[in-house]
Design a protein around this ligand. Structure first.
Ligand code: BTN
Length: 262
């Protein structure tokens, strides 16, 4: 028996505007992103699927996202944004800031962000975000986007699995009723505030101030090719400006690019 059970009514209590969302809470699913993507065309914006565990939770680059029961939050939000597909990084960045602010409020520890989609506490990952979408080829915008958010609310009873034990951390140190319902609701509240005014990028300063990368050497991995660079800045579209050893500069959008801190 879990003392902090995720429920739809529990989440709705803490939402600013519960009518807006169409929330389904499941005990288990293969992947909330996979499920919501199948429903995306016929479902309204702000349809949200949340699961207590996932059997095939996915991260970027087809990595697995460990999703054990009773300790995580695995949530996907359906959006129908009026946004150019190349700006999808803004959705990920807005979600990262929403999680950061709420995790700081509840967990009491400062968060950092590893561009583009990881939220960290003490240099360990508390949250990963996977944004996927369907692009409208006639206008280069979105038919729909799914923002998938995976949060390590608690450390699993037997600890994090061996392959992530060194790099994962929880938001909460101890279990308490309603922790996860409140965390989910406040992340949705905060994300929606940012999303409503996405073009104003009200999350930009919060994002940039939490970045660990600026001014540091990084390895840029594109199509499996690694290149050393220095990270110079984050532009207003949340693209990372890097300078390679040969002096060439490039703005990186999230896409297929991965950054390794050196
Ligand atoms: C990453 O760390 O690369 C991103 C992880 C994203 C995990 C979340 S959990 C909810 C949603 N469903 C998935 O299968 N993945 C995302």
């Amino acid at each position: 028996m879990c003392i902090d059970t995720i429920t739809k009514s529990g989440i709705e209590k803490y939402l600013n505007n519960s009518e807006k969302f169409n929330i389904t809470v499941l005990k288990s699913v293969d992947s909330t992103n996979a499920m919501l993507k199948k429903m995306a065309v016929v479902s309204p914006e702000y349809t949200v699927i949340i699961a207590d565990s996932q059997s095939q939770g996915r991260g970027r680059f087809t990595r697995k996202f460990h999703s054990p029961k009773n300790c995580g939050i695995y949530m996907s939000i359906l959006l129908k944004p009026t946004l150019k597909a190349e700006s999808s990084v803004l959705l990920t960045a807005a979600a990262a800031v929403a999680v950061s602010l709420v995790a700081e409020k509840f967990g009491g520890k400062k968060t950092h962000i590893k561009w583009v989609n990881d939220v960290l506490i003490d240099n360990k990952k508390i949250c990963g975000i996977l944004t996927e979408g369907s692009i409208n080829i006639t206008n280069g915008g979105f038919n729909w986007a799914v923002v998938g958010i995976g949060i390590n609310a608690y450390e699993p009873e037997n600890g994090f699995s061996r392959d992530i034990a060194e790099i994962a951390a929880p938001v909460f140190d101890t279990k308490a009723p309603e922790n996860r319902n409140r965390l989910i609701a406040e992340v949705l509240n905060s994300f929606c505030d940012f999303y409503k005014n996405l073009k104003d990028k009200t999350f930009y300063n919060e994002y940039k101030s939490r970045m660990l990368t600026i001014g540091k050497p990084v390895t840029v991995i594109k199509n499996d090719v690694e290149k050393e660079a220095v990270c110079l800045d984050l532009d207003q579209n949340c693209r990372l400006l890097v300078e390679y050893k040969d002096g060439e500069k490039e703005y990186l959008s999230s896409g297929e690019i991965s950054i390794k801190h050196i």
